[in-house]
Design a protein around this ligand. Structure first.
Ligand code: AMP
Length: 210
């Protein structure tokens, strides 16, 4: 199954993808995580994109498309994959269409107010990318990752200044992809809200993909 998870930042794409990858036995490819790993490892790519990520703007299409092209050419992607956070522009979607034929695009729908509440409370394990929320999905021990015990961090771009900018970027550049994929007949909406726990959203996703 070759899938894209679409939706604004904080819609729960990464959290659901982490569950779906085990269920469908396919890799979860988060372009945000790939960039963050490059930044952490201080690679050339990481140095190029560090300031862009901190501001909440998009990395140029050429860089992002090439990174995804290489990743999905790896053997573990043969049977399928979940792309989380890619594509984010029409140009990226066109490039992806030249690489593979998608089976489904899941569009996670959530209001802007709920997104702000989610992003500002989001915490992440720096080494695994595992995601928590102080209120909606807290770790077993406050401030610590459930499996590694590491201190959780708040992403720079989950701080208030960057959140609003990311929502603008989403509305301008990424939202047009909803119609792009709806017209292709492969878009499936999953309505989410802060009162739905991640397991419930995953159940809704599985049901819609059946
Ligand atoms: P995310 O973890 O998906 O919220 O992504 C974090 C940041 O990585 C974004 O705000 C962008 O700066 C960058 N990024 C991730 N995916 C893409 C993409 N498909 N195109 C451009 N920039 C991206």
């Amino acid at each position: 199954m070759k899938m894209v998870f679409l939706g604004p930042p904080g819609a729960g794409k990464g959290t659901v993808a982490a569950k779906a990858k085990d269920y469908y036995s396919i890799p979860h490819i988060s372009t945000g995580d790939l960039f963050r790993n490059n930044i952490k490892n201080e690679t050339e790519l990481g140095k190029q994109v560090k300031a862009i990520l901190a501001s909440g703007s998009l990395v140029p299409d050429s860089i992002t498309i090439e990174m995804v092209r290489q990743r999905i050419a790896e053997p573990d992607c043969e049977k399928g994959f979940i792309l989380d956070g890619f594509p984010r522009t029409i140009a990226q979607a066109d490039a992806l269409a030249d690489m593979v034929e998608l089976d489904a695009v899941v569009n996670f729908v959530i209001s802007n107010e709920e997104v702000v509440e989610r992003l500002s409370g989001r915490r992440m394990c720096p080494s695994t990318g595992r995601i928590y929320h102080v209120k909606f999905n807290p770790p077993k021990v406050e401030g610590k990752d459930d499996e590694t015990g590491e201190d959780l961090i708040q992403r720079d771009d989950d701080k208030p200044e960057a959140i609003l900018h990311r929502l603008d970027v989403y509305a301008e550049q990424t939202e047009p992809l909803i119609n792009y994929y709806r017209e292709k007949g492969i878009l499936k909406d999953v309505l989410t809200s802060n009162s739905m726990n991640p397991d419930k959203v995953f159940e809704a996703t599985k049901a819609i993909l059946k």
